[in-house]
Design a binder for this molecule. Structure first.
Ligand code: ADP
Ligand code: MG
Length: 619
């Protein structure tokens, strides 16, 4: 047999690499903005059309490139940012792999126009699927304009993989916000389909935070500034009163590079402990300035994780710094101040152990699962080997549950299964619910002996179902019921969230919220549906938005369904809440009339029956 291994042509190799580096339009945006920053631009303008699918344009006033460099920039591993391997350990720029432009050019039609200050004449190059199509001299401003047209034009599989324009645009906006947030000394603007979404003047960091996330934050940000031998920690935390139900405004940067870091996030949350309600998230905007040798960023370009050498020390320093900030502003008990503050020179007392915090819990822990093996409800998560899921996996499960919901319903309908039969009985006809015995178990389930078995009802699922039906009905009802608020509530949202609120404007009104937009871009809530007139509308919306955004990524729902679903999920009583007998009774009365009792709207099983036989099997 003859030899069979071939070297892939460059254009094919580039396409493969591009699949990894440029996973979605937002990845291209990230690379282009970072290049502009690396080129010392002070003015960066982003234009996208069709959520970046047909056009991404980035205009900067940075250093520009010579004709030769402009051509070189599209070669793989062509970079001006490092020259030798040891440079990798002291990277000061955003980019360094020399991969981005080669990748983008492999899967799009790219045009670059660029000129250096010292040149009279600039260069224009057109490249498509890694093939240079044209190169000419042109007259243009100093700086660089990249236009990326028809991303994935030659990789339709990847193109089909993209999410809705809304979702892709949100990713782009996230990238834009993260970069603009940490570079307040640069002017950033962003246009989407001709519409200006952001115009961020040159300013200081605090003002940039406020420009991005709303005036509501003025007066609500506390300064952090801690300089130690290991790291310099600077930025802001939001006062405890603005802790939110959504994870929205949590930003870590390392040497001005955006990162995610669950472990360090835990440090901040720990410092806020007891100052904010459980389930609420602190807001923070924190940059770690650290010797580049002590942090490893030489990992995948699309990843936002980094490895610190002194992770544990940084954890303690961060927690102490946040505590101290909160304490200074008299939000935190002064208690362990002395010890917490003694980190100035020795970050950790010798031999001290920092306990690795546990960030995961099993949200589906089922105290009724049969230790002998077979889970009661066929839910494989009762498996003793069950591992806490990654976020994505959980979202995946959620998605599967949705599909299961329909499948199960079909099966049940076909076979007229017996457990459903019992169920219809318990909630049907003339049974006076108040004559049944029920009690709460683990603050999570409602147990109800029935016939010769036992019903277990997930309280959150049942409540979610009740609310879902109620809100769905309100959506159909032409006349929403609304109650005037004594004092109008003024809410400010981040640009991202405001976009969603705008999208849902009509639906929100149908639920009975009365709101206006004021000139400041804030929302004034004058009335709310009687059901939650007591609650802060801001909190309600934040929770709703969080679910809405997750659903948008994972489920194919129209916005109307998504909004009702998210609202129901958000307002449903938590598993873990103790209910009074009256509350249980009211919930069961409402639940008996629900359109469907098997599954919650978000796809979790609500009812599970322990038959006499199953009970007997235990003994
Ligand atoms: P990297 O940023 O990792 O070096 P890229 O593929 O993103 O790799 O860019 C390749 C090179 O092209 C850069 O090293 C830089 O010299 C040049 N370049 C890219 N974008 C710009 C820009 N906006 N202005 C000036 N030079 C640029
Ligand atoms: Mg780059």
């Amino acid at each position: 047999m003859s030899d069979i291994i071939n070297l892939l042509p460059d254009s094919v190799a580039n396409q493969i690499a591009a699949g990894e580096v440029i996973q979605r339009p937002a990845s291209a945006v990230k690379e282009l903005i970072e290049n502009a920053i690396d080129a010392n631009a002070t003015d960066i303008k982003l234009i996208v059309k069709d959520a970046g699918k047909s056009l991404i344009q980035l205009i900067d006033n940075g250093s520009g490139m010579s004709a030769t460099d402009a051509r070189m920039s599209f070669e793989r591993h062509a970079t001006s940012k490092i020259t030798k391997a040891s440079d990798l350990f002291s990277i000061q720029t955003m980019g360094f792999r020399g991969e981005a432009l080669a990748s983008i050019a492999a899967i799009a039609q790219v045009e670059v126009r660029t000129k250096r200050q010292e040149d009279e004449i600039g260069t224009q190059i057109e490249i498509e699927g890694s093939q240079i199509k044209n190169q000419t001299e042109i007259v243009c401003n100093t700086g660089t304009v990249f236009s990326i047209k028809n991303l994935y034009f030659n990789t339709p599989a990847r193109r089909n993989f993209l999410k809705s324009n809304q979702a892709e645009l949100r990713h782009i906006q996230d990238v834009f916000i993260r970069t603009a947030l940490i570079n307040p000394e640069l002017h950033f603007s962003f246009y989407e389909d001709q519409r200006q979404k952001f115009d961020l003047r040159i300013t200081g960091w605090k003002q940039r935070v406020i420009d991005l996330f709303g005036k509501g934050l003025n007066e609500k940000l506390l300064n952090i500034n801690e300089i130690t031998d290991v790291v310099e920690i600077s930025g802001f935390v939001g006062k405890p009163e603005i802790a939110r139900k959504t994870r929205g405004e949590q930003y870590f940067f390392v040497n001005k590079r955006y990162i995610r870091h669950p472990y360090l996030n835990h440090a901040v949350q720990a410092a806020f402990e007891e100052l904010i309600p459980s389930g609420a998230f602190a807001s923070y905007f924190i940059n770690f300035t650290i010797d580049p040798e002590k942090v490893d960023v030489n990992i995948h370009p699309t990843k936002t994780e980094v490895n610190f050498q002194d992770e544990k020390a940084i954890y303690s320093l961060l927690r102490a710094a946040v505590k101290m900030t909160l304490g200074k502003f008299a939000f935190s008990p002064i208690l362990d101040f002395e010890t917490e503050m003694s980190f100035d020179h020795a970050p950790l007392p010798p031999g001290a152990e920092v306990k690795q915090p546990e960030i995961y819990h099993n949200p589906d822990y089922n105290p009724f699962s049969n230790p002998m093996g077979k889970p009661l409800d066929g839910n494989t998560r009762s498996d003793p080997n069950w591992q806490p899921p990654e976020m994505d996996e959980r979202q995946q499960n959620n998605h599967e549950n949705w599909q299961k919901l329909y499948q199960d319903e079909a099966i049940t309908a076909e076979s007229g299964m017996s457990s459903t039969q019992v169920q219809r009985d318990v909630f049907s006809k003339d049974i006076d619910l108040s004559e049944l015995l029920y009690f709460q178990v683990a603050n999570k389930y409602i147990a109800m002996p029935y016939e010769d078995g036992l019903w277990l009802i997930d309280q959150q699922g049942a409540h979610e179902r009740v609310l879902f039906d109620r809100f769905s009905a309100m959506m159909e009802n032409a006349k929403p019921v609304s109650q005037k608020k004594l004092f109008p509530e003024i809410i400010s949202f981040s640009a991202n969230d405001l976009d969603i609120i705008n999208e849902l404007w009509e639906e929100i009104h149908k639920l009975g919220f009365q709101m206006n937009k004021n000139d400041e871009g804030e929302i004034e809530v004058k009335g709310a549906p009687p059901e939650f007139n007591e609650e802060s509308v801001q909190t309600v919306f934040e929770g709703m938005l969080e679910h809405y955004k997750n659903n948008q990524i994972n489920l194919q729902l129209d916005k109307h369904q998504n909004m009702v679903l998210s609202m129901a999920k958000n307002l449903s009583v938590n598993g873990g809440k103790r209910l009074s007998y009256e509350e249980i009774n009211a919930l069961m009365e409402a639940f008996r009339n629900a359109k469907q009792q098997d599954f919650s709207p978000s796809g979790k099983r609500i009812m599970s029956y322990l038959s006499a036989q199953e009970l007997a099997d235990r003994f």
